[in-house]
Write a protein that binds this ligand. Structure first.
Ligand code: TXA
Ligand code: MG
Length: 345
């Protein structure tokens, strides 16, 4: 035990980490985090997509603190994270494709929207008749879910509107001592939030948010394409179909999207982000960055939020970033979606 912080507001977990508030996922710490959740504390947890800010989902007051600390509007509902698909039975009405989808994609980056049962507190669902469920694939959070024995409500662990965290340090940078329990699971393997699939209206399934489970894979399970309507115009209006604030994930620095960053005039107060490492002549500028060395879509997803965060802290006046074209499939569709939402008009 290192007792790794002096201004710790409560009891510290048994096994300390190198940085304040960030704890290694030892068995003793997982037990401690589980107890903290049952005492209504909020904790940050790793998932394969992004870090989540978790509370006991069956406790309305614990879930309420999530909205407070994130500055999240109460109209924006939370995702419930489960240990096993069977746990969904008491939380939601499960239509026929549920178990086939669970079998195909869980644990993994797919969130299902279902008609809710009364056990789910209204604050979680923002008063809606539907609830979002997913089983995350990260082994640390799997252990925590098993240990705590209740579903965990967990939005991404970032202040509302900012980019999602993909490391424990990102979470600590955003919340400091306001969130003293962060369970370290390393860098997130996917780096973008889960695909959200609405199953609440039989026969009218639709993708509400693209993610690492692509539309093509869902189409195979359904035997027909599943529609997704790309959100475009930035607006501050809370969407009536939740999940879908069209301006989101934004860095503080002005972000502009371009098809191709190579031909722009160089300005020292502008950071340029390429999707793929540019030609030799363009590589040496300190103001040029890229999401992937060889143009690998998963690598682009993994590095997007992390790179935007790093550049945001570097004090540029403007960020210009290449965006994958409309009509992309697979995870590039999700990269495009996050960039469209993050961009400043
Ligand atoms: O990968 C993820 O999904 C991450 C990790 C932590 O699991 N979580 C995440 O949560 O991205 P959050 O709260 O940042 O995004 C969840 C989205 C929100 O946009 C919310 O409006 C939508 O899911 N959502 C939640 N419940 C919904 C519902 N009943 N109907 C429609 N959308 C819903
Ligand atoms: Mg979020």
């Amino acid at each position: 035990m290192t007792g790794n912080t002096q201004d710790f507001p409560g009891k510290a977990p048994p096994d300390g980490g190198a940085l304040p508030f960030i704890y290694p996922p030892t068995a003793a710490n997982i037990q401690f985090f589980s107890d903290a959740l049952l005492r209504r504390e909020l904790v940050a947890i790793p998932t394969e997509t992004v870090y989540g800010l978790a509370a006991n989902a069956l406790d309305a007051s614990a879930a309420g603190s999530i909205f407070e600390i994130k500055g999240r509007p109460l109209v924006d509902p939370l995702i419930l994270h489960l240990h096993r698909p069977e746990a969904a039975v008491q939380l939601a009405f499960l239509p026929e494709p549920f178990f086939r989808l669970a079998e195909a994609f869980w644990p993994g980056p797919l969130t299902l929207i279902l008609r809710k049962k009364p056990l789910v507190p209204d604050i979680i669902t923002a008063g809606k008749e539907t609830v979002a469920l997913r089983i995350p694939a990260h082994p640390v959070t799997q252990s925590l879910l098993e240990c705590v024995g209740c579903p965990l409500a967990a939005p991404s662990a970032n202040p509302f509107g900012y980019g999602s965290p993909t490391t424990a340090k990102h979470v600590a940078d955003s919340f400091g001592s306001r969130l003293p329990y962060i369970l370290d699971g390393g860098a997130c393997r996917i780096g973008l939030e889960s695909t959200i699939l609405d199953l609440s209206k039989p026969g009218q399934e639709s993708i509400l948010r693209p993610g690492a489970v692509p539309a093509e894979a869902l189409a195979k399970v359904f035997g027909h394409p599943v529609p997704y309507h790309e959100k475009r115009a930035p607006c501050a209006r809370p969407a009536t179909a939740p999940g879908m604030f069209s301006r989101h994930y934004s860095p503080r620095t002005t972000l502009q999207l371009v098809k191709e960053a190579g031909s722009l005039k160089t300005e020292s107060d502008t950071a340029r982000i390429f999707l793929k490492a540019p030609e030799t002549g363009q590589r040496n500028s300190p103001h040029h960055y890229w999401l992937s060395e060889r143009g690998d879509p998963l690598e682009m997803a993994q590095s997007l939020f992390s790179l935007l965060r790093r550049i945001d802290q570097a004090g540029y006046g403007r960020i210009v970033c290449e965006v994958p074209p409309a009509g992309e499939t697979g995870i590039l569709r999700a990269v495009r979606d996050r960039l469209l939402r993050a961009a400043s008009v």
